[in-house]
Design a protein around this ligand. Structure first.
Ligand code: ATP
Length: 236
């Protein structure tokens, strides 16, 4: 289980994330909703060790404190991030991108099995293994990015707005793929603005408002919440 306790991040004197405590269990999809600049990306970067966190907060994975660990050690511990810009290598093939994801020591001995698992989760990648990534559609590139993260054999997969820029059809495909990833027992922390589809596959969710948690509930309860409906589901 991933657990953050009172995680805070400052950029200079600007407080971007304040006392954020969340949990994500294995096999669970947790969505974090929030407006632009709410601090969602900063929070994911802080968990990943890419942005320093304030003393007093902690990141714990399966009982092990990994606060202030560098990004490579966080991946080794079992947390993989798919960043908002996907971070794929456009000049390499889909297969080469996937293999790069297997670099962490935890994943190297199981590269062949992990590759089989990723290709069965994303059958399209199997068809397109030899294709250069920059010639792929946005949706396919997103699958490469998620597949690469899965090659590190994470116990927690974090995704920063994976549906951004995808057509409605590709969005549905993406959320179906994430539901399949959940079934493998991986815990998913999903930062999204697409509240409708993310809540539909999520077990629980948090609302991040101006850097702090404004609400935490089951996905079902959040879908019925008037504030969520108004702000994220296009009601009223
Ligand atoms: P979006 O949905 O637009 O990506 P977000 O919820 O992910 O927004 P963040 O990107 O985490 O929000 O930004 C939170 C706040 O921190 C914003 O006010 C932003 O301007 C600020 N911020 C983010 N990165 C930096 C940085 N490297 N230096 C200074 N301020 C930053």
């Amino acid at each position: 289980m991933l657990e953050t306790r009172n995680l805070s991040v400052f950029y200079g004197r600007h407080r971007a994330v304040e006392d954020v405590s969340v949990t994500v269990s294995k096999g669970e999809v947790v969505v974090m909703l929030g407006a632009n600049c709410a601090g969602k990306s900063t929070f994911l970067r802080a968990v990943s060790g890419l942005t320093p966190v304030m003393t007093g907060g902690s990141v714990v994975l399966d009982g092990r404190d990994i606060t202030h660990h560098p990004p490579h050690a966080v991946v080794e511990a079992g947390i993989a991030l798919v960043p908002e810009d996907r971070g794929v290598f456009g000049d390499l093939t889909a297969h080469e991108n996937l293999i790069l994801g297997a670099h962490p020591r935890r994943a190297r001995p199981h590269q062949a099995q992990n590759l089989d698992r990723v290709l069965s989760l994303f059958p399209k990648l199997a068809e397109r293994r030899k294709q250069v990534v920059r010639t792929m559609s946005g949706g396919e590139q997103q699958m490469v990015a998620i597949g690469r993260a899965m090659m590190s054999a994470p116990s927690i997969l974090m995704l920063d707005e994976p549906s951004l820029g995808l057509s409605p059809l590709l969005c549905s495909e993406l959320f179906r793929a994430l539901a399949r990833v959940k079934e493998t027992g991986v815990g998913i922390l999903l930062v999204e603005q697409n509240a409708k589809q993310s809540l539909a596959i999520a077990d629980r969710g948090y609302l991040l408002d101006n850097g702090h948690i404004a609400a935490a509930d089951s996905a079902e309860a959040l879908s019925r919440d008037e504030k969520v409906k108004r702000a994220y589901l296009g009601a009223g």
